[in-house]
Design a protein around this ligand. Structure first.
Ligand code: GAL
Length: 473
């Protein structure tokens, strides 16, 4: 929660930024402008985690591609760290690969820890504030052999790893993110079965869910024990769910239910120490209440949903959500490629309003667009930052924004599918050559100015001038 002192400082920062509002969308002083990456997606040469195993099986990744060298960070990260500087960012969110640090139970790799130490130091040297994520989708192979998150000891395993990492690197980083998008991991791994562990069982889903939540709680306390100054959060994927047909009560019900399950339950658990879920009612956790110092929001898209009424009646035990719900997009809105949802900037504002009642500082830990051509990305960035700025004017304490991603990278099931490129820099994966995109130039200007001036919009997307500044050319 914000203390009264912090609130006063925040209000002052906000007042300063809104004075300039007429001239430009100015952000509070000290705002964190960053980019985000994750270990498996950029480091390359990962051969000891469950994603590597999935890539070997085949059938789960676009054209059966493998992450391979990815962006080659394990060999050379410095080039991309220099690029962060070129973009004038002052923050970066990266993740530590558990399977590198603890390749076997009970064995810690000092060279891997040393390597991460160097990486974080190199960020600091460049004036870039690190945010360290401890789990970004991948588990060490030994952990999946032991049953992954279904194993009742998994929260303990995670805590031991977190203690090791924070004891070694805790002096270098203040911002710690325990787990990236636990609900996405659960949905993809245990509902759809498209990600490891490819286990579509409701029982496994429930066990894994409980253990991930417990693991977060343990990690929170461990980090604070080692470094009381640390600020610990979670990166929560938030989707805007809207009824397929606004007027249809069953579609409204579907949107409410999915919103509750996917957006609320987990945050409620880690803030209040308890959650309410269907068929189980209230579930209470020990030592979990208040285990967030900030909320990380990963926001990408909006979906429309409805209930398959016939299936609800016909199937006594619907197993997959697809048996009960349908989801999709409206042709009236811009959408991303393939199964991607609607690109909907206002959804970021709505999402921020929806977490306001938790009374915690917020960081946008990810926001980005799959855009092969970079034609849509500049507008995406401007319109989403406009919504972010509006939420700040409304008094929501938003401290930073991390664009996903610095560089094109390995996009999980989409592999290196060219339609799923998120980078501000393009990457030629054959040669490792980088190319700064137009959106990268735009983002650099925004970071440099700590805001968006009308001139910038005039240069990059004049059609937005009226919408944002109430004036046209
Ligand atoms: C997030 C995820 C990232 C990245 C991004 C783009 O859900 O945390 O790893 O893949 O989506 O799809």
């Amino acid at each position: 929660m914000l203390g009264s002192g912090e609130e006063a400082i925040w209000n002052k920062m906000r007042a300063n930024s809104s004075e300039k509002q007429a001239k430009s969308l100015q952000f509070p002083e000290g705002f964190l402008w960053g980019t985000a990456t994750s270990a498996h997606q950029v480091e390359g040469r990962q051969t000891n985690n469950d994603w590597w195993a999935t890539e070997q099986i085949g059938g789960y990744v676009f054209k059966d591609q493998k992450a391979g060298d990815a962006c080659d960070w394990w060999r050379d990260y410095e080039g991309d760290f220099n690029r962060m500087q070129d973009l004038k960012t002052n923050a970066h969110r990266l993740s530590i690969e558990w399977s590198r640090v603890q390749p076997q139970p009970g064995y810690w790799s000092e060279p891997a820890l040393q390597r991460y130490r160097e990486m974080i130091l190199q960020l600091r040297k460049r004036g870039i504030e690190p945010m360290v994520t401890l789990h970004h989708f991948t588990n060490p192979l030994w952990m999946s052999v032991l049953g992954g998150w279904e194993n009742e000891n998994s929260p303990e395993y995670f805590e031991a790893y977190v203690r090791k990492v924070v004891s070694e690197l805790g002096d270098l980083a203040n911002l710690w993110c325990t787990i990236n998008e636990p609900m996405v991991l659960l949905a993809q791994g245990y509902l759809m079965g498209s990600w490891p562990p490819h286990n579509t069982s409701v029982y496994a889903l429930y066990q894994a869910g409980l253990n991930l939540i417990k693991a977060h709680g343990r990690a929170y306390h461990a980090i604070h024990e080692i470094n009381p100054e640390a600020r610990v959060g979670i990166a929560k994927h938030m989707v805007v769910w809207r009824p397929y047909r606004n007027w249809m009560p069953s579609d409204q019900l579907a949107a409410r239910m999915i919103n509750r399950l996917s957006n609320r339950v987990l945050l409620d658990a880690v803030v209040k120490g308890e959650m309410k879920i269907p068929l189980r009612g209230k579930v209470k956790f020990d030592n979990l209440e208040g285990t967030l110092d900030w909320i990380g929001i990963n926001y990408y898209q909006r979906f429309r949903v409805g209930l398959k009424l016939r299936n609800l009646i016909g199937k006594i035990f619907p197993r997959l959500p697809a048996d009960i719900f349908y989801h999709g997009t409206s042709p009236d809105y811009q959408k991303g490629p393939g199964p991607w949802g609607e690109i909907y900037a206002e959804g970021l504002y709505d999402t921020l309003q929806s977490v306001r009642h938790y009374g915690l500082p917020v960081l946008i830990t990810e926001n980005g667009i799959p855009d092969r051509t970079d034609i849509h990305r500049p507008r995406f960035i401007i319109t989403h930052l406009h919504q972010l700025w509006k939420a700040i004017q409304d008094g929501i304490p938003i401290e930073g924004y991390y664009y996903w991603s610095l560089v094109d990278n390995f996009e999980w099931s989409e592999g290196y599918n060219p339609d799923f490129r998120f980078g501000l820099y393009g990457v030629d994966f054959e040669t490792q050559k980088r190319t700064l995109k137009t959106s990268g130039k735009l983002y650099a200007e925004i970071c440099r100015n700590n805001g968006i001036a009308p001139e910038l919009i005039e240069e990059y997307d004049p059609a937005l001038l009226e919408q944002i500044f109430d004036r046209s050319l």
